[in-house]
Design a binder for this molecule. Structure first.
Ligand SMILES: C[S@@+](CC[C@H](N)C(=O)[O-])C[C@H]1O[C@@H](n2cnc3c(N)ncnc32)[C@H](O)[C@@H]1O
Length: 207
């Protein structure tokens, strides 16, 4: 699956409808590239008062996730199709998200010779605009180089619009969210390290 393939290039995801029973002020967590959305399901179960959203580029996988959420009667959970490189500003309204979780992303496919960075300036800008003041960006990977590049992109840029919650150029040790993605469970099950980063949104927009 190549997220830069032509079939994913059109911005065609639909705006997300928030669960009406929770109201506009309910906290909102969004998992980016959720696959089976284990993290989102666990979070939605633990926090019925929050809106939890899982976004996934593989449409069938997103449909299965939405069906499973309905079967589990998790009315606070939404799973939807979204290419986070082109659709995010259509799917989420400005200043409506409290926490983004970008967990074990595939390094984005790029043209030969280009770096495979996961977090880049355009994505950071849209994440910043969709977060509420003080909102959080949570990133995790089992690949040290991928995590280090993400760290360099944010901590290495004084105008990134984000500040590292545990100090600049530092990985966060613990998972404080009370939920684990499937890939995190597998990584820890193998006894491997999870390279975790947590940033808080600053008021100044990236630029
Ligand atoms: C390695 S899996 C990790 C799944 C889950 N977050 C976890 O930690 O278990 C990465 C997921 O991101 C999805 N993905 C890749 N590119 C994407 C994009 N541009 N927009 C949305 N999802 C994407 C893939 O289809 C895949 O399901």
């Amino acid at each position: 699956m190549n997220p830069l393939g032509v079939q994913y290039a059109d911005a065609r995801a639909r705006p997300l409808s928030r669960p009406a029973h929770l109201g506009p002020d309910a906290e909102c967590d969004v998992e980016l590239g959720c696959a089976d959305a284990q993290f989102s399901f666990e979070l939605a179960r633990a926090h019925p008062e929050r809106v939890v959203v899982g976004l996934e580029i593989r449409e069938r996988v997103a449909e299965w996730g939405q069906r499973d959420a309905a079967d589990a009667a998790l009315t606070n959970l939404r799973i939807a199709y979204c290419n986070i490189n082109v659709d995010l500003d259509r799917v989420l309204a400005p200043a409506t998200v409290d926490r983004f979780h970008l967990l074990f992303p595939d390094p984005w496919f790029k043209a030969k010779h280009h770096k495979r960075r996961v977090i880049e300036a355009p994505l950071l800008a849209v994440l910043h605009s969709r977060l509420r003041p003080g909102g959080e960006l949570h990133f995790a990977s089992d690949i040290y180089e991928v995590a280090l590049e993400a760290m360099a992109e944010v901590d290495g840029d004084p105008h990134s619009g984000f500040v590292n919650l545990v100090g600049p150029w530092r990985f966060a040790r613990d998972n404080p969210y009370g939920a684990r993605s499937k890939r995190e469970a597998k990584t820890l099950g193998r006894g491997d390290r999870v390279w975790r980063l947590r940033w808080r949104r600053l008021d100044d927009a990236p630029g």
